[in-house]
Design a protein around this ligand. Structure first.
Ligand SMILES: O=C[C@H](O)[C@H](O)[C@H](O)COP(=O)(O)O
Length: 281
């Protein structure tokens, strides 16, 4: 497929996601990172009717996208504690049937997770290459943000968890050394075998806890997050949107949930159509 096909797939998915999930009167909107989010911002700009709308970026690149579109960014930590984002949009590197996502291909996973968890509705937009049944099908690794001093021990622990060849991500110009995140941390990319979802474990396809070499998405995420030195894992799983929203609207934002799964993922397909996966539980 050509680059033009991929770009128009992203644009079509973004347009439909914004038409379905962006309320033109919204006040606070989360904007993720990457190349697809640019089309989301374009579509929002055409639709918004609230001149006071503010956009919460998920890092430097995302903030630049907001500013270049002539929109107003607001820092995540400037949001009053009791304010939720009306909606947050983001890209994804791979999405499975349960709507678990791999993110962090552009090294922005930590702030993306903060923003996703703060949104009433979290919506992902991607092209057809990202639509898979299980994570680690086409996308090869889990991005993990780590404190620089912890790199050797985290690499070792990841090998113990079953990752064959975890590697520190370097800049494109390799001689410049490791790539630094917006937090001045490093990224480790860890390959694992294709991840199981809950129904695979129920069907006896593996224990999913690492003991037999298989990992279920949530279990692997928790195991990696538990390693000292890990700031965040590029697996967005846990509660999905509707569950998280219900918890938040009854208990308020101070009840922190682990909900990071989107309520919907919009995939732009190669034939110009858009396919939508929505959360069922
Ligand atoms: O760190 C980067 C983010 O998680 C991106 O949202 C993700 O890599 C998808 O990016 P793109 O829209 O460029 O495929």
């Amino acid at each position: 497929m050509t680059d033009a096909t991929i770009e128009s797939a992203k644009r079509a998915a973004a347009k439909q996601a914004v038409a379905d999930y962006f309320d033109p009167t919204a006040s606070n909107v989360g904007i993720g990172s990457g190349t697809t989010i640019v089309y989301v911002v374009d579509a929002i700009k055409e639709t918004s009717t609230n001149p006071a709308i503010r956009f919460v970026p998920t890092g430097y690149q995302s903030r630049q996208v907001i500013i270049k579109a002539g929109l107003t960014p607001i820092a995540f930590d400037s949001l009053p504690e009791d304010v939720l984002l009306d909606v947050a949009f983001d890209g994804a590197d791979e999405v499975d049937l349960e709507l678990n996502c791999i993110k962090g291909g552009g090294a922005c996973l930590f702030q993306e997770k903060l923003v996703a968890e703060r949104a009433r509705k979290f919506v992902c937009v991607a092209d057809y290459r990202k639509k898979q049944d299980r994570l680690l099908t086409n996308w090869p690794t889990i991005p993990i943000e780590v404190a620089p001093i912890s790199v050797p021990t985290v690499l070792r622990s990841l090998r113990t968890l079953g990752s064959t060849k975890p590697e520190l991500r370097t800049t494109l110009l390799e001689k410049s050394g490791p790539l630094k995140t917006d937090q001045d941390f490093f990224i480790i990319d860890a390959p694992f075998d294709k991840l199981l979802i809950a129904e695979d474990v129920e069907a006896g396809k593996g224990k999913g806890d690492g003991s037999d070499g298989t990992w279920e998405v949530n279990k692997l995420s928790a195991a990696i997050k538990g390693l000292t030195g890990v700031l965040e894992v590029g697996i967005f799983s846990g509660l999905n949107g509707p569950d998280a929203e219900a918890l938040r609207s009854t208990d308020g934002v101070k009840t922190v949930t682990s909900g990071q799964k989107p309520v919907a993922v919009y995939f732009g397909m190669a034939d110009g159509s858009v396919e939508v996966r929505t959360a069922t539980k």
